[in-house]
Ligand binder design. Sequence first.
Ligand SMILES: [Zn+2]
Ligand SMILES: [Zn+2]
Length: 138
Amino acid sequence: MAREAEADRPFPRAAVTPTKVRVLITEGKGLEIEWSDGHRSAWNFAWLRNACPCATCNEERAQQGRKPGQPKAKPADLLPMYTPPAKPASAQAVGRYAIQFNWLDGHSAGIYSFEFLRRHCQCSECRFDRGETTGAPN
Ligand SMILES: [Zn+2]
Ligand SMILES: [Zn+2]
């Protein structure tokens, strides 16, 4: 697919080099990164948990046809159950290229490289560029 080929294009170094990384655990908000090229990105914890890039989660998503960050479909015949929002207990840098979350559900295998995160920037502009939203960026 053309869109996938475009998504594989490498980023300039400044686009994947963070100048500021904030993990807003206490606020329960998510991850915020400011990049060397001046762009700012933010991801909420639910998106990050559903985008876990570890082999197991990748495989599970591939089987279910889900994109990174896309939640699992809930069975329609079950009563809706409260599931606590995904949140990490902690997060740490992995070398200079990635960040790792220790999720409260016990999962921590995913290494979120800065390139992966930038590729999936959730700002309205980037989502519009990737064709994930139909509305104009605001
Ligand atoms: Zn995983
Ligand atoms: Zn963006």
